[in-house]
Design a protein around this ligand. Sequence first.
Ligand SMILES: Cc1cc2nc3c(=O)[nH]c(=O)nc-3n(C[C@H](O)[C@H](O)[C@H](O)COP(=O)(O)OP(=O)(O)OC[C@H]3O[C@@H](n4cnc5c(N)ncnc54)[C@H](O)[C@@H]3O)c2cc1C
Length: 369
Amino acid sequence: MDCDILVIGAGIHGAAVAHLAARQGRSVEVVEQYSHAAEGTSSRSSKLIHGGLRYLETGQLKLVRECLHAQRALLRERPSLVKLTPFHIPVYTHTSRPAWKIGIGLWLYRLLGGHPFSRVPRNRWPELDGLETRGLRAVYRYYDARTDDRALTEAILHDARALGARISFDTGFQRAECDAGGCRVECRGPDGIRIVNARHVVNAAGPWVNRVLAGFTPSIRPLDIELVQGTHIVVPGTLRQGIYYLEAPLDRRAVFVMPWQGNIMIGTTETPYRGDPADVHPLAGEIDYLLDVYNHYFSDRRGRDDVLDSFAGLRVLPAGEGRAFSRPRETILHQDPACPAVLTIYGGKLTSHAPTARQVLNNFNGVSR
Ligand SMILES: Cc1cc2nc3c(=O)[nH]c(=O)nc-3n(C[C@H](O)[C@H](O)[C@H](O)COP(=O)(O)OP(=O)(O)OC[C@H]3O[C@@H](n4cnc5c(N)ncnc54)[C@H](O)[C@@H]3O)c2cc1C
């Protein structure tokens, strides 16, 4: 065997699995099709390390508790990359959730492991970065964390490498043949085709997940998924008080307005996506939608010409009825009994990468190394 575990993909999940595996003393290799880590979803997220307050509305309490627990661990373990930040939820006469409902939500969030919250007194509203005060009824301030998703992924991968993990960039998974003893994996790297014999394979290919799965023999039954694109835009400006958690006037979705690298980042959207994950890009309609949200809530208007940057990432969601916004966001680990050497990660959160890595490796525990 060349390694105990071969990980396909150097996003946050691939990095976290490689890091934990190396810490456990296992031999591990990561293959990544691009020349850098986090070129997929893990550099295109909202960059929040959070429990997901809005998931309370869809009853995903377990997910919220797990993410808040993971957040506390990251605040401790990666203090230079994960920072506690004030979030503000303004309640207007026109927004759909009344102040009492948000208060109960924040109380439950606190109970599940969140941080203290309060109401911003009316005489402090003028300090809120130009937030519209017409029709404003109340403003809640609570605390969650944010990060730089690419830098976090790179840091974890760096630590994995320091513990002995091998990381191969510009190396794409092509196909694999597996049996009870492991997999013979064919990858295309800078020097051509390379064969890696691994006892276990972790498919952490993000939105490419089912494309990778199609390369295995015996064939592995894929889960039925939908890709849903989320766009962010960056506009000039400064937010001194932290992040604003707003309700989009058009469809009542949650949209964040947050400080980002000296400017303002606004996101995100939910647009069904069917093409090649490599081709995802922000759509004009999404950019207008995000500008509309900003202009609805802030007095200093922004237009298309102000957009400094925009990027789109792909969520991997279980296929189903209804709006993507209310679809479950739990990570799904998939192991087909026909091919137990391979474990596939579907979906998940940046926030919960460490518990996900633990679950992945627990699945391989008890199997000989
Ligand atoms: C718009 C948006 C906002 C989000 N915001 C948040 C947030 O604020 N907080 C949060 O906790 N979570 C958030 N998430 C979720 C989180 O970002 C993702 O769950 C996470 O980044 C997925 O990481 P991953 O490692 O599974 O996938 P990816 O980061 O996509 O990594 C997969 C990797 O696999 C590689 N790969 C694919 N095919 C091959 C192949 N054949 N060979 C070799 N390599 C291959 C890719 O190049 C890529 O690098 C958000 C997601 C989206 C889409």
